[in-house]
Design a protein around this ligand. Structure first.
Ligand code: NAP
Ligand code: ZN
Ligand code: ZN
Length: 346
């Protein structure tokens, strides 16, 4: 077994603290890479707090992982020692079901294995990227470009693919009016991709102080949701709303901002189920849809697209000792726009 240093929550009530654990030896198809940076996703906090379902503890969060290959198994063809490597939210799936065969491992019909807070095929808990090294089957390891800033690439592995995938699926682009609801980790990537794909992008935010940043990120418009006059100006205006909000919010209000046949795409996952008023969707034949992360081929496509178009995340690099403070700021919507842990501080 490989000894690993990490940071774990021992229970939903305790702060994260140093914790030593072990990973499996490198198998014939495995890649071991040393973790240099790991992004901090709001899903980490939801899962530590048991917001969605009872978690597996101790929990080592982190699914925006980038680093350098340390060792490869005998049968590994795609990676060699010293290469850059990355892993997102998934580390395994059945590979045989209809969805896996289409490269939609995130929707594996048998059930995929998530990078942490999940049970591997060996029945043992998985541990994530708030740690110094990881062992992953090569099929779930991604290639990243050495031309981009490495810490700023880390958030692409979740915030990036989670926004790229629905925008591609619904072919959002030229001629579309896209609203990005919530300017945090996911939201700011949604803005960058929406702009890159040619849509007119508006940020809908509960934080008026983010207006200047929204513009810098490329957004064409900004609506402070606390100002009724600004909200009135975008009634029936959008083709798509990309909803990244992590807390309960008024779906009726947002549905009223869609055009006829508009689509409200949920990627945020509040702890409570969302409540959709029937009149909000039947008047104007509107849809409420959802999208979960992305499969391996599309995640690689997104990483290559980012390398070709010089797209990375806007980050605040943090010491792992400051993780609790960062969670507190994230809960207040005070993140510009993704915290990334410098693993050298572990
Ligand atoms: P984040 O950085 O905290 O951003 C969320 C943003 O939502 C905040 O910055 C804030 O933006 C807005 N917000 C927060 N509370 C709000 C409230 N009460 N009312 C209105 N707006 C509010 O979080 P994230 O990492 O981007 O994740 C966002 C959500 O997506 C989380 O629930 C996360 O679990 C989920 N997620 C889903 C997937 C998936 O596969 N679908 C993948 C990753 C994450 P403003 O200040 O601009 O209002
Ligand atoms: Zn995430
Ligand atoms: Zn499958």
């Amino acid at each position: 077994m490989i000894p690993v240093k990490g940071y774990a929550a021992q229970s939903p009530e305790t702060d994260l603290a140093p914790w030593d654990f072990q990973r499996r030896e490198v198998g014939p198809h495995d890649v071991q890479f040393d973790i240099l940076y790991c992004g901090v996703c709001h899903s980490d906090l939801h899962q530590i707090k048991n917001d969605w379902f009872p978690g597996i503890f101790p929990m080592v969060p982190g699914h925006e992982i980038v680093g350098k290959v340390k060792k490869v198994g005998d049968h590994v063809k795609g990676f060699k020692v010293g290469d850059l490597a990355a892993t997102g939210c998934l580390v395994d799936s059945c590979r045989e079901c209809e969805n896996c065969k289409k490269g939609l491992e995130q929707y594996c019909l048998v059930g995929n294995v998530q990078t942490y807070n999940s049970l591997g095929k060996d029945g043992k808990p998985t541990y994530g990227g708030y740690s110094n090294t990881i062992v992953v089957h090569e099929d779930f390891v991604l290639h990243i470009s050495d031309k981009l800033s490495l810490p700023a690439v880390a958030p692409l592995l979740c915030a990036g693919i989670t926004t790229y995938s629905p925008l591609r699926h619904w072919k959002v682009g030229k001629g579309h009016k896209l609203a990005v609801l919530g300017l945090g980790g996911l939201g700011h990537m949604g803005v960058k991709f929406g702009v890159a794909f040619g849509a007119e992008v508006t940020v809908l935010s509960s934080s008026p102080s983010k207006q200047a940043d929204a513009k810098k990120l490329g957004a064409h418009k900004f609506v402070a949701m606390s100002d009724p006059e600004q909200v009135k100006g975008v009634k029936g205006y959008f083709d798509f709303i990309l909803d990244t909000v992590s807390a309960p919010h008024d779906m009726g209000l947002y549905l009223s901002l869609l055009k006829t046949d508009g689509i409200h795409i949920c990627v945020g996952v509040p702890a409570e189920p969302i409540s959709v008023p029937s009149f909000g969707i039947l008047g104007g034949r509107k849809s409420v849809a959802g999208s979960g992360i992305g499969g391996l081929p599309e995640t690689q496509e997104m990483l290559d697209y980012c390398a070709a178009n010089n797209i990375v995340s806007d980050i605040e690099l943090i010491d792992i000792k400051d993780i609790q403070k960062s969670y507190e700021r994230m809960l207040k919507g005070d993140v510009r726009y993704r915290f990334v842990i410098d693993m050298a501080t572990l």
